[in-house]
Structure formats: C-alpha cells, structure tokens
Design a protein around this ligand. Structure first.
Ligand SMILES: NC(=O)c1ccc[n+]([C@@H]2O[C@H](COP(=O)([O-])OP(=O)(O)OC[C@H]3O[C@@H](n4cnc5c(N)ncnc54)[C@H](O)[C@@H]3O)[C@@H](O)[C@H]2O)c1
Length: 355
C-alpha cells in the first residue's frame, strides 16, 4: 500500500492537532477537509496545504481515493458520521466520546465489523507512557488483587464554551463533563483493571456552576450561561464484576482546584498517578517507589502516537490499536451514570447485544 489518503471531518479546535499530526507522517496524504461552516474547512485546508475544502462531509465520503477519515465534530455526530464512513468503506479515527450512548456505540461497532474497516476512538490516554507503565505494573501483579480505584478529572473553571459550543447543548453534546472528560478516566480505570464487566452504578450530576452567570470570572474560560443544558459535575460509584469497584469524579468547573488524585488499591500494593508512585511492603517495611525516568509526553505527542498507530494498523492490516469493543463499555457506564443521576438510585449497567 502507498500513502494512506485521509480526510478530516469537522474543522474546529481539535482538527488542528489531527492535521498537524497527519501532516508530519511521511506515509500519509491529507486529501480533503470538510466542515458545515465551509470557511473553517477552507481555513484548515490553507493552513495545512490540503487540496480540497468541502462543506458536505458526504462529498468527502464519496471520494474513492480517500482511505480513512478523522471525525472531529461535536459528540452527537460521531456515531452517525462514523457509521456512514464505515459503510462507505473508509477506516475511521473518531474523536472521543465514542458516541453519546451505548446503543449508538454498538451500531458503530457493528458497522465496523460488517465493513471490515478499522474503527479507532481517540482515547489518547492509552498512548501515554505513564498509562502504559501503570498497565505494566498492574499486569505484572505488583498491586495483587485490586479491590478499589478512584479516578478524578477536571478543573476549576474549564467549561468548553468555544466555537458554536456544541459541548454545552444537549442536542449536540448528549451530556456534559461525564461524556467529555469522564470518558478518559472511565477508560483509564477499566483498562488498568482489565475490563471487568460493569454491574451497577450509583451517580449524581450537577449544573450548579454552568448555570450561574456569576461563575464567569477572570482567569476562567467563557461560556454562554443561557445555552448551558448539561452537567458540569458528575460523581459515580461503579460496581464491577469480580469484586472491584471504582469512584469517578469529573468537574468542568468547581470552587476547588482539584478533585484529588487517581489511584488503585490492591492487596499487595497501591498506585497513585499524581505524583506517580507505587506503594508496597518490601523487606519487612513500607516502601514508596517513584519513577523519575519515565518519559512524559504533552497532549499533542500522545495524540500523535495514537494517529501514528492507527495509520500503521491500516498499512499493516492489523486490528484497531484501541479495541472499540472496550471503548463501547465507557458508553455503557456513562448511560448508567446519567440514568442513575436522573432516577436518584443505583441502576444496573446494560450492555447492548452485538449478534
Ligand atoms: N478541543 C479539544 O481540546 C478536544 C480534545 C480532545 C477531543 N476533542 C473532541 O473533538 C470533538 C470536537 O471538538 P472541538 O473542540 O474541535 O469542537 P469545535 O466546536 O471547535 O469543532 C467542531 C467542528 O465541527 C463542525 N461541524 C459541526 N457539524 C458538522 C457537520 N455536520 N459536518 C461537518 N462539520 C461539522 C463545526 O462547524 C466545528 O467547526 C469533540 O467531540 C471533542 O470531545 C476535543
């Protein structure tokens, strides 16, 4: 196979990182950009020297020469565009979250299986050296049996209000911080725990800051309070098959600087992410191990590693580097989080059937 020819759909904020990464790969040619606001497609095309700038992504999907697409649209369009792209015979790298619900995620998975094309979701954490090392620590048995984990993500005033702010309206986003950021942490914990089946969830969500005009202050990001229809905070207790559980905390905005560190507790050791340290009993005493030589990558380099692995998988005919079957489970858990928060009680997790 010669160069992999790629199209980028959605030319907002994150498309710049995708295009920069794609353009730096010698075995990739970016053929077209598409955005419903065609000026954005034209802007990206001129910035990254891409020959075609289109308004309608379907026109891009009809281009026979295109092998693969990057989908960088608002969350609610990930599933429909990915399914159309797979049905059109394109490999798909889709931004996170995979979909806004598990039913749509399962439909994406089915379309990938039927088309025989790759479906990769840009959960870039999986390509972070720290996460890869943490996985090695857990898989090597250094923690023993993990019985509890906690994951936190977010910031003090970081409601994503840019662009048309597809992030804060229910119709375009499907949900708020849980779908936008919680998805990273849920996948991180599920990945480290070896993907046990999720059993049940007890969760709450809040929009206390997002709906408050007075929370738009110096130093924070700007958003339109009138458009805010989703949650800015979510917390969940997730029970997993096999006796492990985790707590997720996610905030786009809060009156606090941090929700604490992400950590795992096992019967032989504990692992904390910030700072990255392993806690064990060794030689009859408690030891704390730090890893000063671990490489640290910025978010662009981590996305670059994922895009590079995606292109390599296309060229080598390998499976998706991040199995979409695993990522679909983030949507299963997030569906349960929203349902539990709405009903005010613990709910069972429902995995869609994939006959
Ligand atoms: N910005 C980030 O830091 C970041 C990081 C990781 C992941 N993501 C994910 O990437 C996705 C996009 O985020 P963003 O920050 O780039 O948003 P954005 O609002 O800046 O860009 C989205 C773009 O999609 C376009 N679009 C909307 N409907 C379209 C359609 N039917 N056809 C073609 N284009 C269409 C919009 O016009 C807009 O230019 C989100 O799902 C987000 O979760 C963003």
């Amino acid at each position: 196979m010669g160069k992999v020819k790629v199209g980028v759909i959605g030319c907002g904020m994150i498309s710049g990182m995708h295009l920069r990464a794609l353009k730096s790969l010698p075995d990739v040619e970016v053929v077209a950009c598409a955005d419903i606001v065609v000026e954005r497609a034209k802007q990206r095309a001129s910035e990254f020297d891409v020959p075609h700038a289109l308004k309608d992504y379907r026109e891009l999907l009809r281009m026979d020469e295109i092998d693969a697409v990057c989908i960088c649209t608002p969350h609610a369009l990930h599933a429909p565009i990915a399914i159309e792209a797979l049905n059109a015979g394109k490999h798909v790298l889709c931004e996170k979250p995979m979909a806004t619900n598990a039913k749509d995620a399962a439909a994406m998975l089915k379309a990938a299986r039927n088309s025989g094309k790759l479906l990769e979701v840009a959960i870039r954490n999986r390509f972070s050296p720290t996460v890869q090392f943490a996985k090695r620590i857990v898989d090597d048995g250094a923690l023993g049996k993990v019985y509890y984990a906690e994951g936190s993500i977010g910031g003090r005033r970081r409601i994503p209000g840019w662009g048309d702010s597809g992030f804060i309206r229910k119709r375009t986003a499907g949900g708020g911080v849980v779908l936008d950021l919680g998805v990273y942490t849920i996948d991180l914990l599920m990945h480290l725990l070896g993907h046990p089946k999720p059993v049940s969830v007890c969760a709450i969500t809040s929009d206390a800051i997002g709906k408050n005009k007075e929370a738009i202050v110096e130093g924070g990001w700007y958003w339109e309070v009138e458009d805010f229809e989703v949650e800015d905070f979510g917390a969940a207790f997730v029970r997993l098959d096999g006796g492990t559980s985790f707590v997720l905390k996610a905030a786009w905005a809060m009156h606090l600087d941090s929700l604490g560190s992400t950590f795992l507790l096992g019967d032989k050791g504990g692992l904390r992410f910030e700072p990255f340290e392993l806690y064990r009993d060794e030689h009859g005493t408690m030891v704390t191990i730090s890893f000063p030589n671990l490489p640290r990558l910025d978010p662009y380099s981590v996305l670059m590693a994922q895009i590079s692995a995606f292109i390599d998988a296309i060229k080598q005919g390998k499976p998706s580097p991040t199995p979409p079957e695993e990522i679909m489970m983030t949507n299963v858990i997030m569906d349960a989080i929203y349902e539990s928060a709405r009903l005010g009680r613990e709910v069972k997790c429902r995995v869609p059937k994939l006959e």
